[in-house]
Design a protein around this ligand. Structure first.
Ligand SMILES: Cc1cc2nc3c(=O)[nH]c(=O)nc-3n(C[C@H](O)[C@H](O)[C@H](O)COP(=O)(O)OP(=O)(O)OC[C@H]3O[C@@H](n4cnc5c(N)ncnc54)[C@H](O)[C@@H]3O)c2cc1C
Length: 533
């Protein structure tokens, strides 16, 4: 968006943070008729919201911890999200191979746990657990190691693309009237008679501008305490206890997810299918470092490789790409793996206006968190212009009859299977609009990503830089060789430069920004999966 257009404007809320919590809060406020402005210094979903295990779930583990209320709420959200964004939240079989030498606690808890899980989910709108034969399990997850059971237990949970879910929620927020701006930072707040003056800096052009805001929502996840400090919140003590979790992406196609206890310590690991392969995770390590530079340690990479090779020995030797994210857990005593995932909201006052910080929570519960956050802001904002309606409208791309039908239609127009799967999983019913009338033009040696996606990202999804476009493809997770990755980045830059009228100096800055941000998340091109801060 054109930042100059908002100079001098007044907003009911300035939302800091373009992760799932921030965009969902912007969406909720805008739907109720308030005027939110959301700013994010990097790309949307730069933080934890692109680094989760990509499950929309109640969490069997939280059931074991007795967090029944949290699990029940999350299961209700799972059903609702699969209805409003079926391309992004898919009921997916989760295999529970047992009899592989796992700890007895898991062996006894897991079968009973999935029955309780299904009961908590209620009867409607979600497939129930069952058992399948070994052959079917081997077809769903080629190369897996089964135990001594004749049949394999399966239950269903939601699998998503966290980054896309964040992006389409931001699109929905914009459609509802929110301003959502990436690559923009808050320089400071200053009290005025009718709110606070917020000085913003556009991190692409370097320009500064002022707006007036009536409240601030600090939805910066693991950055919450740094942000509170920076802008002058004075409450003592910290709110967030960050815990690092890492994953590996492996180009090995699976059609079901899988839960497998780690052979070393029995901690349950996830194998989750993606549009181009799978991810394996995760770890749980206390981490007080800079959230912008969070990377898996070599120990974590080795731990995840062990898990991957034990779960699916058939894919040993496949290339792996690793990254890490920080869970923004609400501060309380105890080890991070025992801390509740429930959200916490803390209201302070900065420069005479309410300053609400949100910590904890889960990707799955983002709409619940947004609702709870807005409820806390309401006494400060007054009566909303529109009544609260049930949140049942489709997210962009979500209004489709069946995924398989759309995939078949795209195949009939000449897309290969990989392209059709990629387009449907990313854009849902908007896939045909993204493709336009031109034949699909891959940017690299493989059949994805496609040239038409660059224009769409800029036009419809608010991408402002080369890095925004490439981060959204998760380019390093496509298991390309360095030469092919460079070719795709160069081709995308050419298209972007043409569309935005960029000169050669700016194009060079774009390339450098992408290399910096790629290194920060995945390490440099050609690095092994492992790298430390
Ligand atoms: C390893 C791991 C696995 C997980 N798996 C799951 C799962 O399977 N299912 C599930 O439901 N949940 C999962 N979670 C939890 C879930 O991912 C998080 O709860 C959620 O993504 C947090 O979103 P957020 O918007 O609060 O924070 P973030 O996504 O981190 O967003 C905060 C944003 O604030 C921005 N920011 C920083 N400083 C500023 C500033 N000064 N001004 C403005 N913006 C700023 C950052 O750039 C960032 O984009 C997982 C978490 C981890 C770490």
């Amino acid at each position: 968006m054109d930042l100059e257009r908002i100079a001098g404007a007044r907003f009911d809320a300035l939302i800091l943070g373009g992760g799932i919590t921030g965009v969902a809060t912007a969406h909720r406020l805008a739907r109720l008729g308030w005027s939110p402005l959301l700013i994010e210094p990097r790309d949307l979903a730069w933080g934890t919201s692109s680094r989760s295990s990509r499950l929309i779930h109640g969490g069997l583990r939280y059931l074991a911890h007795g967090e029944l209320r949290l699990v029940r709420r999350a299961l209700a959200e799972r059903r609702a999200l699969a209805r409003i964004a079926p391309h992004l939240v898919r009921p997916t079989p989760m295999l529970l191979p047992l009899g592989r030498g796992e700890p007895w606690r898991w062996r006894t808890f897991a079968p009973a746990g999935v029955v309780a899980y299904d009961l908590l989910a209620g009867r409607r709108g979600w497939p129930r657990g069952r058992t399948i034969g070994r052959d079917e399990a081997e077809t769903l997850v080629p190369g897996l190691r089964l135990g001594d059971e004749r049949r394999v237990r399966v239950f269903y949970d939601g699998v998503t693309d966290d980054r896309r879910l964040t992006l389409v929620t931001a699109m929905a927020a914009r459609e509802a009237g929110a301003q959502v701006v990436g690559r923009c930072e808050l320089l400071g707040l200053e009290a005025t008679e009718h709110g606070a003056r917020a000085r913003l800096r556009d991190l692409v052009s370097g320009q500064t501008l002022d707006v007036v805001v009536r409240s601030v929502v600090n939805a910066t996840g693991p950055w919450v305490d740094r942000v509170r400090q920076r802008y002058g919140a004075t409450r003592r003590g910290r709110l967030v206890r960050p815990s690092r979790g890492s994953h590996l992406a492996i180009p090995w196609r699976i059609d079901a997810a899988m839960l497998v206890p780690h052979p070393r310590d029995g901690r349950v690991g996830f194998f989750v299918p993606t549009a181009t392969g799978m991810i394996v995770g995760t770890t749980d390590v206390a981490d007080e470092g800079d959230p912008d530079a969070v990377r898996p340690s070599p120990d974590e990479i080795a731990y995840l490789e062990e898990l991957a090779d034990d779960g699916i020995p058939g894919m040993a030797g496949r290339e792996r790409t690793g990254w890490a994210g920080l869970r923004p857990l609400a501060e309380s005593p105890g080890p991070t793996n025992a801390l509740s995932r429930a959200a916490r909201y803390v209201m302070e006052s900065v420069e005479g206006i309410p300053f609400l910080s949100i910590v904890g929570g889960k990707l799955t519960l983002h709409r619940v968190m947004a609702r709870d956050a807005v409820r806390r802001l309401r006494p400060h904002l007054g009566t909303p212009a529109r009544p609260a309606r049930p949140d049942t409208a489709h997210l962009p791309g979500g209004d489709l009859a069946t995924l398989a039908g759309l995939e078949a239609r795209l195949r009939a127009t000449g897309l290969d299977a990989t392209q059709a799967r990629w387009m449907v999983s990313r854009y849902g019913s908007q896939a045909e609009a993204v493709l336009g009338d031109e034949p699909p033009a891959p940017l690299g040696r493989g059949s994805i990503p496609l040239a038409c996606e660059v224009g769409w990202a800029v036009r419809e999804e608010g991408a402002r830089t080369l890095s925004d476009v490439l981060l959204r493809w998760r380019l390093p997770e496509l298991a390309l060789d360095a030469e092919d990755e460079t070719r795709i980045a160069r081709a995308a830059l050419t298209l972007l430069a043409h569309r935005l009228g960029l000169g050669s100096a700016r194009a060079e800055r774009e390339r450098a920004r992408w290399e910096r941000e790629r290194r920060a998340v995945w390490g440099g091109t050609g690095d092994r999966a492992a790298a430390t801060r």
